[in-house]
Design a protein around this ligand. Structure first.
Ligand code: ADP
Ligand code: MG
Ligand code: MG
Length: 374
């Protein structure tokens, strides 16, 4: 009914819905994948039951690796949730295999499709409406880490190599600066200097990981508020979604990326820097939720690495924006010529404020991890 897309129809059949499903329509407003809602006949009316997605092959060059990670993790989570006495059909995504038992379907043009259950009675927020919601977010991502703390990380594919290797990000920046393809370096000397002054910082977490001081964990790598479904009734965090970037990584990376966007007082591309601040109150709220879940799972070194994670994920993000500005906006979408520079500036403003309040950031972590301040 109304499906005019051959490949979509093929996918609907490949996942075994075929004639059983009532109808399919486009769903959500994702920028990366193409998403459809699959409605099945319910007792009274048709119900949105599944989400069918065509995965963007330009972003995810190894769809088999991505799907392999997702299946491994979600099936493991189902068992953990059962042991916790929870509902595996609501507290994690359940991915569905094709009729022939494959983790995804490749259409006639070689595009990958995958399918999972829709979670009803859930709510998703773009921005925290209250500190309580940000606390819930820390708690949910902390719980996610805890649930996966015994997952064999070496089973995961590194689907985007060196994603948070801040040292390599710095090196890429140096290359962009040296080439200065668009002659833009002259327009951003202070920002360039800001990065160059922090070369050593870039190695802080990478070095500890390479030395084996910080372990690799299952990381989500897109720990934004809108990748949590909240329970429509209780308002509590329910399910972590958007699992495409699950990879081995550092706990501090996921933690830090949440802080980077969630404890900022303005949008990433706010031009008026006076509006952009690091809100240490929001940081504290997130730390509380996160450490309540993870303090007995993380090592002492990992706990101590969390404030660095916030600083370095923010610095790394700013470095990437500035590098992209220097190389002519080839990676991030821009609406005007200085867009990436504006973004870099907001990130550096946050880094600067985090650096000034770094001792307090550490104290807050110690407080909620119950580590004595000596
Ligand atoms: P993207 O990679 O484009 O961010 P997501 O997987 O995060 O894609 O999905 C986009 C939005 O669709 C989510 O923010 C959420 O609102 C909604 N959504 C995704 N999966 C589900 C699901 N299983 N149940 C309910 N809503 C969902
Ligand atoms: Mg998402
Ligand atoms: Mg995504």
């Amino acid at each position: 009914d109304g499906i005019d897309n051959r490949n979509l129809e093929d996918a609907v059949y490949a996942f075994g819905f075929g004639k059983k499903c009532s109808y399919v329509k486009t769903f959500g407003a994702g920028h990366i994948n193409e998403t459809y809602a699959v409605y099945m006949p319910g007792e009274e009316k048709d119900e949105l039951s599944y989400v069918l997605q065509r995965v963007n092959r330009n972003v995810f060059k190894d769809p088999a690796g991505v799907m392999d990670n997702i299946f491994g993790v979600t099936e493991y989570l189902r068992n953990v949730i059962r042991k916790e006495g929870g509902d595996p059909d609501r507290e994690t995504l359940s991915y569905i295999k094709t009729k022939s038992g494959s983790t995804y379907f490749e259409d006639s043009e070689g595009e990958p499709w995958r399918c999972y259950n829709f979670i009803p009675d859930s709510v998703c927020y773009q921005l925290a409406e209250s500190p309580e919601q940000f606390y819930q977010s820390g708690s949910s991502f902390g719980h996610f880490l805890k649930q996966l703390s015994d997952y064999p990380v070496d089973r995961l594919n590194e689907t985007i190599p060196d994603f948070h290797n801040t040292v390599k990000r710095f090196e890429a920046f140096q290359v962009a600066l040296k080439r200065d393809l668009k002659n833009r370096a002259a327009t951003c000397r202070p920002e360039i200097q800001f990065v160059l002054d922090r070369e050593k910082d870039c190695a802080v977490l990478v070095d500890q990981q390479e030395a084996g001081t910080l372990p690799l964990r299952v990381t989500h790598n897109d720990t934004k508020l809108n990748n949590i479904l909240f329970d429509g009734k209780t308002g509590k965090g329910l399910c972590i979604i958007d699992l495409d970037t699950i990879m081995p990584g550092l706990a501090a990376n996921d933690f830090g990326d949440s802080i980077r966007f969630g404890a900022a007082t303005a949008e990433e591309d706010e031009r008026d820097l006076n509006k952009m601040h690091f809100d240490i109150g929001l940081y504290e709220v997130y730390v509380k939720g996160y450490l309540e879940e993870t303090k007995d799972v993380l090592t002492q070194e990992e706990i101590e690495s969390l404030p660095w994670g916030a600083r370095l994920m923010t610095l790394e993000c700013g470095i990437r924006f500035l590098a992209d500005y220097l190389q002519g906006d080839t990676y991030f979408k821009t609406d005007y010529p200085e867009h990436n520079l504006v973004r870099a500036r907001t990130q550096f403003r946050l880094v600067d404020e985090m650096e000034q309040q770094f001792e307090q950031m550490k104290e807050i972590v110690r407080k909620y991890a119950c580590i004595d301040i000596f």
